[in-house]
Design a protein around this ligand. Structure first.
Ligand SMILES: [Zn+2]
Ligand SMILES: [Zn+2]
Length: 251
């Protein structure tokens, strides 16, 4: 078999990798890099993760630690068929030791690298939890009925629809879908919600299940940094006649 000399170390080799022998190539090639210390920003209350300027619901703390490591891991751009195995080990509630194994193909050679990192867990308050705690709301959903008062059962049904919808929207990524407050008024009930998107979805869902229609209106709430801040009111009107009512016609 023909042998070549490595231009770098002079050793005999059968194949050149980036113009050097295999040993010289492996000495200078770094498959993966990982900072020794990483920080995982989480919400102490709901467990969300802060990353790329946004709070997101990722999963449990192990999952957040794995994502934090994967996001910080740099793999050489010439690596193919990359397989990454992240093994998080919780030392304390605030501190993880993580072992990472990377397997990949480079220049037709299968390479393996072990890395280690520490992940420090930082607990704060996310956008959702801090706004909920501060009583924040964007929209008021008024439950009323046309030419009558809504029944207690109807108000309960509306509140259940509201709670279900808020849960569904939160899972879909609307982090401001939450109920801040609810109060019974003499002509129905008022629900205070963190997101207008949630108000609209809830009104549509109530219309589908109980009938009726809703209107949307804005009222000027305050000025902030030269901008007008509006609060939205969603007036849900349940139908005048409930299903099961007998309507008498005068003949
Ligand atoms: Zn060499
Ligand atoms: Zn939170």
């Amino acid at each position: 078999m023909s042998q070549i000399l490595c231009p770098k170390c002079g050793a005999k080799t059968e194949k050149l990798y980036k113009n050097t022998c295999r040993e010289c190539f492996l000495k200078t090639f770094t498959l993966a890099e990982l900072p020794l210390v990483l920080h995982a920003n989480t919400c102490a209350k709901c467990g969300a993760r802060f990353d790329r300027n946004k709070w997101r619901d990722v999963g449990d703390l192990d999952e957040i630690v794995i994502r934090t490591v994967e996001d910080a891991l740099l793999i050489h751009k010439e690596a193919d068929d990359v397989e990454i195995y992240v093994n998080p080990h919780q030392m304390t509630p605030h501190f993880y030791k993580v072992r990472v194994e990377v397997d990949a193909m480079v220049e037709g050679e299968s390479l393996h690298q072990d890395l280690r990192a520490e992940v420090r867990v930082i607990r704060g308050a996310c956008d959702r939890c801090s706004r909920m705690a501060g009583g924040y709301f964007e929209g008021i959903l008024q439950i009323r009925a046309t030419n009558r008062l809504p029944t207690a059962e109807e108000i309960d049904s509306c509140k259940i629809i509201c709670a279900d919808m808020v849960d569904r929207l939160w899972k879909k990524g609307d982090r401001l879908a939450f109920i801040t407050n609810s109060s019974d008024s003499k002509d129905g009930a008022d629900l205070y919600l963190g997101s207008c998107n949630a108000c609209r979805h809830i009104c549509k869902s109530i219309s589908n299940e109980l009938g009726g229609s809703f209107t949307e209106s804005a009222t000027l709430h305050s000025h902030k940094e030269g901008k007008d801040i509006y609060r939205m009111t969603y007036a849900m009107r349940l139908p005048e006649f409930m299903s099961g009512d007998i309507i008498l016609f005068k003949g």
